[in-house]
Design a protein around this ligand. Structure first.
Ligand code: ZN
Length: 169
């Protein structure tokens, strides 16, 4: 009897995925969201722009608009403190990088704005990716990041802060 080794490849965790992405993009910490954004635009041949948005009447602090020609616009809450702003951009970049949102994505009207629909699992993945990326980029632990996000006092993000307190980088 021949014992065959199973060719089971281990699916890397989100932290490994984040580090692999940075290695692939030749990005070493410390860096900022704009650095990652620029590397991604080159790697994917996309144009990714960021723009402030008042988010009045919105239940989110950021969202991304894809266009057919490979242009993406990431909107962020205009008064977001720096650490939150970075987090928002990483979250939206996660949707682009993980192909939750593509130039072909269909947009629907929600909160008075056209947005692309993502699944709850994709939202969780984007959050996890953004948490690891924010902490990795600025060389801090998940707890430090959680404290810094809490300190922003932005209620909309309190649920992320809560999740962050159970997370270590
Ligand atoms: Zn999202």
């Amino acid at each position: 009897m021949v014992l065959r080794m199973s060719r089971q490849t281990q699916i890397p965790g989100m932290r490994e995925q984040v580090i692999e992405t940075c290695t692939e993009l030749k990005l070493r910490p410390p860096f900022e969201a704009i650095d990652l954004l620029l590397r991604m635009t080159k790697a994917r041949n996309y144009v990714i722009e960021v723009a402030p948005h008042p988010m009045i009447g919105h239940t989110v602090s950021g969202f991304v608009h894809p266009f057919r020609d490979g242009v993406f616009i990431i909107y962020y809450q205009h008064d977001a403190p720096k650490v939150l702003l970075e987090y928002i951009i990483y979250h939206e970049l996660a949707h682009i990088w993980l192909k939750h949102v593509t130039p072909e994505s269909v947009k629907v009207l929600r909160d008075g704005t056209f947005v692309t629909l993502t699944s709850p699992q994709q939202e969780r993945d984007a959050d996890e990716w953004a948490r690891y990326m924010t902490a990795y980029a600025q060389i801090m632990t998940g707890c430090e990041l959680a404290e810094r996000l809490h300190a922003t006092g932005v209620q909309r993000f309190s649920r992320y802060g809560k999740m962050l307190s159970h997370f270590e980088v």
